[in-house]
Design a protein around this ligand. Sequence first.
Ligand SMILES: Nc1nc2c(c(=O)[nH]1)N[C@H]1C(S)=C(S)[C@@H](COP(=O)(O)O)O[C@H]1N2
Ligand SMILES: [Mo]
Length: 186
Amino acid sequence: MKSRVPPGQVVVKKWPRLDINPPSVSASLEDWKIRVFGNVENPVELNFEDLCKLGPVRLNSDLHCVTHWSLLDNDWEGVPLSKILNHAGLKKDSKCIMCYGLVDYSTNVNIEDAFLDSSLIVWSRNGKEIPYENGGPVRFIIPHLYLWKSAKWATGIEVMAQEKLGFWETRGYHNRGDPWLEERFS
Ligand SMILES: Nc1nc2c(c(=O)[nH]1)N[C@H]1C(S)=C(S)[C@@H](COP(=O)(O)O)O[C@H]1N2
Ligand SMILES: [Mo]
């Protein structure tokens, strides 16, 4: 049977915090919004209420960080990225998205990875709000890729026909970041 923990990872019980340039104040869910733009038919700005209309889901997944920790068995409540992207209407030649988070964070994800059912924008973990420290009130969770692919304090999704690299990807991190293949650095 395939192990639940990818090679080189150690299971932790508490959710660690890792970021480079966090926002100084945390927003409330009521004030939060996200912009979906770029290679789309209808650029949109969505607030939490709009997000809820797209059809929230509950989903359990594990997180794997490139710094070798894994946090297993997280119950998320959120909306699949696919629903947000379909709402904005992707143009046919779309290849990848850039996920943006505060402050000036970005990470590129290809369309196939973004459209997996497990790729979410979330506001709740294990029945509680996402703590500010971990990117709350709303962050990305793309659990099948290393955690740097999951932007905290989500602010935007840019759809792209041509690939651009995000913050860590321009600094030598792997373009895709599959933990099972240990795609840590490029
Ligand atoms: N906005 C933002 N998102 C971010 C980061 C960041 O610096 N800013 N760091 C990334 C990295 S490198 C990691 S390992 C994870 C850490 O998430 P956590 O602090 O919730 O464990 O967030 C990712 N998302
Ligand atoms: Mo990281």
